[in-house]
Design a protein around this ligand. Structure first.
Ligand code: SF4
Length: 455
């Protein structure tokens, strides 16, 4: 069996499964956030009763992160709905925006978007926070009401996005009927060249198979090149499995995975035991292809979908209006460090927005030095608009007062993961997906630029 088949077989209490089987899988973690949480709670109450209790208060993780730093009253109310539910149910893991469990969240627009407006529990973007706060573990099944839940596959687990109806069912039962997907294997050899990042790898792969090329399939990333990658690059790659239609993305766990997971579970007091699953000798794939990572170059995905692959160096005639670094895909500390390497000592020409994925990332940027400056200072000095309020921000557009949102037809190069029309705001705006280094280089020149020009 493949990694995905082995995990689903175990979660269903079976010795063997094959693609196409429908199995009742026991869920280890269910995550929801402020956009889908209220709907999920509504389904749960409707189907299980107003006084029903969730199946396991320690296996539910609730992370407000999407439409948080906005004066939109309905968005603020959504976070309050989560808080009330958590209080009534005694849910253990809730990363609230405010510290008062009986309070109401109101964004203070007068303070603006730049200065910190959150309490001590807030954790930022859900997928990055799940990993950082010790909720991702090899061999487990993690479901979330968000399509990029597949990011947790970087830790050798089955992780996928589900809708509110399914999530309401999981809240009540801890199980979900899942069809076992076929597996596609992407075999990596070699090492990434300077100026090339995990983002370039996944943009290359999606361009190879198309934005629906992995529909309802597992994308398994294997080979020596996969094991040589750091955890952040693995997360960037699995995060975007859904951009090829994938049911999930997965790396085989190894010493790096265990070190990352053990450190986070210990630091956060979350469950530290897990039973990892490794590759069988005998695995059946519906697709197999090898990729030499050393041959990849800085790659972008043009409007209007993540499969519109081009090399950055081919598009130097494409002028841009703005640049954006942030999101679960491209707002990690290592993403900002890569960005800083390019903009250090230079000025951006484009209006450029920087949104750390989590408060931990923000703290890292304010502490980590490159030369005699912190990463944060390097970006600010380069002219990047940095917010101290981590979250999804303009990755998903959001209300019109959202930091970095495109409120008119503009062209933005971004480290985010999705570029369908209207994704970052105005329906006629365009998003070009790229690595943090390519976004940084393009922000300096004002047009799409291969970052190797600046290395
Ligand atoms: S940062 Fe973007 S892709 Fe990630 S969870 Fe938020 S809205 Fe979704």
């Amino acid at each position: 069996m493949t990694l995905t088949e082995k995990i689903l077989a175990r979660a269903a209490g079976k010795k063997f499964v094959q693609p196409g089987d429908n199995v009742w899988a026991n869920v280890d973690i269910l995550m929801t956030h402020d956009v889908c949480g209220p709907g999920t709670i509504g389904v749960f109450r409707r189907e299980f009763g107003a006084n029903a209790k969730v199946w396991d208060r320690e296996k539910i993780v609730i992370i407000p992160d999407h439409y948080i730093f906005t004066a939109d009253s309905k968005c603020n109310r959504n976070v309050d709905i989560l808080r009330e539910f958590v209080g009534a149910q005694g849910i253990k893991y809730f990363y609230d925006i405010i510290d008062d469990p009986k309070g109401k969240w109101v964004f203070d627009a007068a303070k603006g978007n730049y200065k910190r407006q959150y309490g001590s529990h807030y954790a930022g973007v859900c997928h990055t926070a799940l990993a950082a706060r010790g909720h991702t573990r090899p061999g487990e099944v993690l479901l979330g009401t968000d399509s990029h839940t597949c990011m947790a596959g970087a830790f050798g687990e089955f992780a996928t996005g589900i809708g509110n109806t399914d999530a309401g069912f999981v809240l009540g039962t801890g199980k979900l009927l899942l069809k076992v997907p076929e597996t596609m294997r992407f075999w990596f050899e070699g090492k990434l060249s300077p100026g090339v990042m995990g983002k370039d790898v996944i943009l290359h792969l999606i361009g190879e198979i198309g934005f629906d090329g992995a529909t309802y399939r597992a994308m398994q990333f294997d080979g020596p090149g996969a094991h040589a990658m750091n955890m952040d690059d693995r997360m960037t790659i699995t995060n975007m499995a859904i951009e090829a239609g994938g049911k999930n993305g997965i790396f085989e766990p190894d010493e790096q995975t265990f070190a990352y997971v053990n450190e986070r579970t210990k630091a956060n007091g979350t469950k530290s035991k897990y039973d990892a699953i490794f590759c069988d000798k005998d695995q059946k794939f519906v697709y197999e292809k090898a990729f030499d990572l050393s041959k990849l170059e800085p790659t972008v995905a043009c409007h209007p979908n993540p499969g519109q692959r081009k090399l950055a160096k081919e598009l130097s005639s494409v002028a841009l209006d703005r640049a954006y670094i942030g999101s679960c895909t491209g707002g990690k500390t290592s993403d900002f460090v890569a960005f800083a390497r390019i903009v250090n000592g230079r000025k951006v020409k484009l209006h450029t927005f920087g949104v750390p994925a989590t408060p931990d990332v923000m703290a890292d940027l304010k502490e980590t030095k490159m030369g005699d400056k912190t990463i944060w200072q390097i970006l600010v000095d380069a002219g990047v608009d940095m917010t101290e309020n981590p979250g999804c921000a303009a990755c998903l557009g959001g209300p019109t007062d959202t930091f970095g949102r495109m409120n008119k037809p503009q062209k933005c190069i971004s480290t985010t993961n999705r570029n369908f029309p209207g994704r970052m705001g105005h329906l006629e705006s365009q998003v070009i997906l790229a690595s943090p280094m390519t976004v940084a280089a393009s922000a300096i020149t004002g047009h799409i630029t291969d970052p190797r020009e600046f290395l």
